[in-house]
Write a protein that binds this ligand. Structure first.
Ligand code: NAP
Length: 252
């Protein structure tokens, strides 16, 4: 039987890396996508292989259509695509909307929204039973910020994640009869390097005491929710948006 492939965008670091480790430990062949940091991707692939798993690193910017087509072509070469984790995401430094440049807004929406759409499109083209595929599962990474709005910090990012919530519901219904489940997780404050890339490396420490559980979450805790949504145990779950936020922003 051909290998079953799962693509994890932004799979080389943070939440994505944890998802890759867990998928590979469960016997899936994992395609670890990354944008620039090839050392991190190579290290993760070496680690997974040393543990007996199968993983391949593929560079590609999810907001670039040619890169996305190449990413999925690499998956086609390895076997049958059965899953996509739309995890690649970026934020920028804290700014008010009246300070934001067009360049920043375009980048935030291109990577977080268009990137997820392009990858979802390619996954559906391969997995939809209507199009000759065998079905599969897509999990999108939203954010608690879609409900909080992130004023004075990242309203652009929060709005992009709002689009992910809506896309999750719409696409789930669009392909519900085609063997594909589409779900999302909505993390709260998770201890990864994304906060440093937003210019606030100590954001987790600063916010901790204000969080309902008085601590941030770990990448593994988010990955476990993603793994469940990807699994057959979630066979009747589609269009769901699961808050993995330790209680942060659980109210509408
Ligand atoms: P992270 O630690 O900053 O890692 C980001 C990953 O995405 C890296 O592998 C990076 O690759 C990759 N990436 C960045 N831009 C990309 C692009 N244009 N194309 C392909 N890959 C790209 O992030 P994280 O904290 O794990 O976040 C993962 C997801 O969870 C994101 O969607 C984020 O918005 C969401 N989330 C995170 C939190 C949190 O508190 N951490 C909260 C809510 C939601 P390189 O190493 O090559 O740059």
């Amino acid at each position: 039987m051909a290998e079953e492939i799962v693509i994890v965008t932004g799979g080389s670091r943070g939440i994505g890396a944890s998802v890759c480790r867990k998928l590979a430990a469960g016997g899936r062949t994992v395609l670890v996508n990354f944008a620039r940091n090839s050392d991190a991707a190579d290290e993760l692939v070496d680690e997974i292989r040393a543990a007996g798993g199968t993983a391949v690193a593929v560079q590609g910017d999810v907001s670039d259509e040619a890169d996305v087509l190449n990413l999925f072509a690499e998956a086609d070469n390895l076997g049958t695509l059965t899953g996509l984790v739309n995890n690649a995401g970026i934020l920028d430094v804290a700014q008010r909307v009246d300070e934001m440049s067009l360049d920043r807004m375009t980048r935030i929406f291109s990577v977080n929204v268009i990137g997820s759409f392009l990858c979802a499109r390619e996954a559906v083209r391969r997995m939809s039973t209507r199009l000759g595929g065998r079905g599969g599962s897509i999990v999108n990474l939203g954010s608690a910020s879609s409900k909080l709005g992130s004023p004075g910090q990242y309203v652009d990012y929060a709005a992009a994640k709002g689009a992910i919530d809506t896309m999750t519901v719409g696409l789930a219904l669009e392909v519900a009869q085609e063997g594909i489940r589409v779900n999302a997780v909505r993390p709260g404050i998770i201890d990864t390097e994304i906060h440093a890339s937003g210019g606030i490396p100590d954001r987790v420490a600063r916010l901790q005491s204000r969080l309902p559980m008085k601590r941030a979450g770990s990448a593994d805790e988010v990955a476990d929710a993603i793994l469940w949504l990807m699994s057959d145990q979630a066979s009747y779950t589609t269009g769901a948006i699961l808050d993995v936020s330790g209680g942060r922003a659980i109210l509408p």
